[in-house]
Write a protein that binds this ligand. Structure first.
Ligand code: MRU
Length: 368
């Protein structure tokens, strides 16, 4: 996507074909730093410590991680044995986004049959690039299908501003290009629909106020950062026309895991009769899980992410402590919104209801 007239992705392969370059998202919007990932340890660190984050981008980074594993396989190891262990290590970097294991398995399945070392390296690179480009195309299509929904609201409002509320960052920074939740927003903006986005700040790491606000601002999309607790009030006063969020893992029955706080937005939206959509590529469906609340693993992260807040202080990015020094904190990173609260899914194959039968209508090849 365009940043200050330059085309940018959050990840790319260096010309030397040995290094993956990523934007360090921990420091945005106040510092723009590009970091080199040269081996599997670097990739795991980047995913765990959230230099890169967001389900599709975690998947793409992991795919390149398998490529780096193939590239750095020591001569004295059986390639498949070594790669199996490296793939397991990458898969354990973060638990909730299903794209991680999906991408690793996809690349590994292409390389395990390759005859020699060079063939494995070539196959891994080809598959990682293909995953990246397919996710870009998926997000583009999500934008097209979501645009129709926004256009309908705009027509009903006779061209008045359409107000969309979003939580976390499900933008291009989380996905490579377009984003999932933001793809329909960008498409509506390009189609000259009057659109405005309420951006939940998204504590504790503020992916909304740091990343979504930055992205939308760089693109020229009207937006306003709000506290995580403001959405219900805005909905009660007719100031939200629709909610669009992304997801880290969605069951084939329609339960949606996304950044902590999403569930509360869905409850408020239902109470106020406001459509609540989840935008996702097929790589984020978990075709094996039926009950999201019981079965989706919810990551618990360092409580210090809750206790400290990061911001700019006299041009220096600093962390400051908010609660009393000795107060314990808990950091549940995701929650699950049950299918019954979700109006629909916006996918690369179209829009469907949050129900097994309708999801499988769009993805018939996943029927058992
Ligand atoms: O902890 P994060 O920042 O990786 O969480 C990201 C989210 O919850 C996003 O909404 C989700 O991954 C969808 S990204 C298109």
């Amino acid at each position: 996507m365009k940043v200050d007239d330059k085309n940018l992705r959050p990840i790319w392969l260096d010309e030397n074909l040995k290094t993956i370059k990523v934007i360090d998202q921990r420091l945005l919007p106040h510092e723009f730093i590009i970091v080199d990932l040269n081996n599997v340890d670097d990739v795991i660190m980047a995913i765990k410590d959230m230099y890169v984050r967001g389900a599709p981008l975690i998947g793409v980074t992991a795919a390149y991680g398998v490529y780096l594993a193939a590239l750095n396989c020591p001569d004295n190891q059986t390639a498949n044995g070594f790669l199996t262990k490296e793939c397991d290590r990458i898969k354990s970097a973060r638990p909730t986004a299903v794209n991680l294991a999906w991408a690793v398995d996809k690349v590994f399945s292409k390389i395990k049959k390759a005859k020699d070392r060079q063939e494995k390296i070539d196959a891994a690179l080809k598959e990682a690039c293909s995953i990246e480009e397919k996710e870009v195309e998926n997000c583009r299509k999500i934008g097209e299908y979501g645009l129709a929904l926004i256009d309908e609201i705009s027509s009903k409002k006779k061209g008045e501003t359409v107000n969309v509320l979003t939580h976390c960052n499900a933008g291009w920074l989380a996905c490579v290009e377009y984003g999932t939740a933001t793809a329909p927003i960008y498409a509506a903006f390009e189609a000259d629909i009057d659109i405005h986005v309420w951006v939940d700040e998204t504590r504790p790491l503020n992916q909304g106020s740091r990343l979504t606000a930055w992205e939308l601002g760089k693109h020229g999309v009207k937006h306003t950062v709000i506290t995580d607790n403001a959405g219900g009030h805005l909905m009660q006063h007719g100031m939200v026309d629709m909610v669009i969020v992304g997801t880290d893992r969605t069951t084939y029955t329609g339960d949606v895991a996304n950044k902590i706080g999403t569930y509360l937005k869905a409850l408020a939206a239902r109470d106020n009769n406001i459509p609540f959509y989840t935008a996702l590529p097929s790589s984020t469906f978990d075709w094996n899980l039926k009950d999201g609340i019981k079965e989706i693993p919810i990551e618990e992260r360092d409580p210090d992410e809750v206790r400290f807040v990061q911001g700019l202080d006299h041009k220096i990015v600093r962390n400051v402590l908010v609660p009393p020094e000795n107060s314990p904190a808990a950091n549940f990173a995701f929650d699950v919104t049950p299918a019954r609260l979700v109006t629909g899914f916006i996918t690369e194959r179209g829009v469907c209801k949050a129900a097994e039968a309708d999801i499988l209508r769009l993805f018939p090849e996943k029927r058992v």
